[in-house]
Ligand binder design. Structure first.
Ligand code: GTP
Ligand code: MN
Ligand code: MN
Ligand code: MN
Ligand code: MN
Ligand code: MN
Length: 203
């Protein structure tokens, strides 16, 4: 997914403020804060009308009104980035340790030099039944109702004109989480690039 197109003002700022950074390069920026977030998803063959959404992706409504992924800042007491991420996933979505993120789930990293923050992104695939269990457990999390106002699935429906996923894109997304969503959907082939670019052009 090319990010240098003229993408509309909704998320051009997120792209301006963040750039992709190699994991090893990011380790040299040692006065930067670290955060890590997770894209937990399953394949989905359920359909609504004749449309298939192909996948279910877990996102959340945050306390600040923005949509983002579960995860958060890595604290000095966390033994590693994935340990910090798993702590945040426990706090925010009550994630059972059998689904904990490992280094094998690493996807890519972004940096915001103004804010001096590095954002690591991890992807974990589970089965559809497991995802439903994870969603149900999330309602019992420590942060549910305070930091986390809801667990949501982006509606991956292409309903013309301008409904479904298109309407979802009109939300406000924290950091560069919209880029994380679209890029990961492209890399996992959940939506083809052409469809993603069409959505981007429309917002
Ligand atoms: P507290 O537990 O209240 O300290 O928050 P947190 O540790 O859960 O941190 P949070 O999830 O808010 O993430 C820290 C910073 O990362 C935020 O200030 C956002 O700018 C950014 N951020 C939050 N969610 C996402 C996300 O899904 N993607 C990206 N790229 N950035 C995010
Ligand atoms: Mn109905
Ligand atoms: Mn948190
Ligand atoms: Mn968080
Ligand atoms: Mn935190
Ligand atoms: Mn917290």
């Amino acid at each position: 997914l090319k990010t240098n197109r003229n993408m509309g003002k909704l998320w051009s700022k997120a792209i301006e403020d963040h750039s992709e950074i190699d994991l090893e390069e990011s380790k040299k920026l040692n006065d930067y804060r670290l955060a890590a977030h997770a894209f937990i998803w399953s394949k989905n063959d359920q359909s609504l009308w004749e449309l298939s959404s192909k996948a279910s992706i877990m996102m959340q409504m945050r306390f600040d009104g923005f949509i983002g992924f579960p995860g958060g800042l890595i604290d000095s007491t966390d033994a590693s980035v994935v340990d910090g991420l798993n702590r945040e996933l426990r706090e925010e979505i009550n994630l059972n340790e059998k689904y904990y993120i490992t280094n094998e789930n690493y996807f890519f990293s972004s940096v915001n030099h103004q804010r001096k923050i590095i954002l690591h992104f991890y992807v974990k695939e589970v089965t559809q039944t497991e995802l439903i269990g994870i969603e149900k457990a999330a309602l019992d999390s420590h942060d549910y109702g305070t930091e986390v106002m809801g667990i949501i699935r982006p509606p991956l429906y292409d309903i013309k004109p301008g409904r479904g996923f298109n309407i979802f894109l009109q939300n406000q997304f924290v950091g560069n989480s919209l880029l994380q969503l679209l890029k990961t959907m492209s890399l996992l082939d959940i939506l083809d690039n052409q469809t993603i670019l069409k959505f981007i052009d429309s917002c």
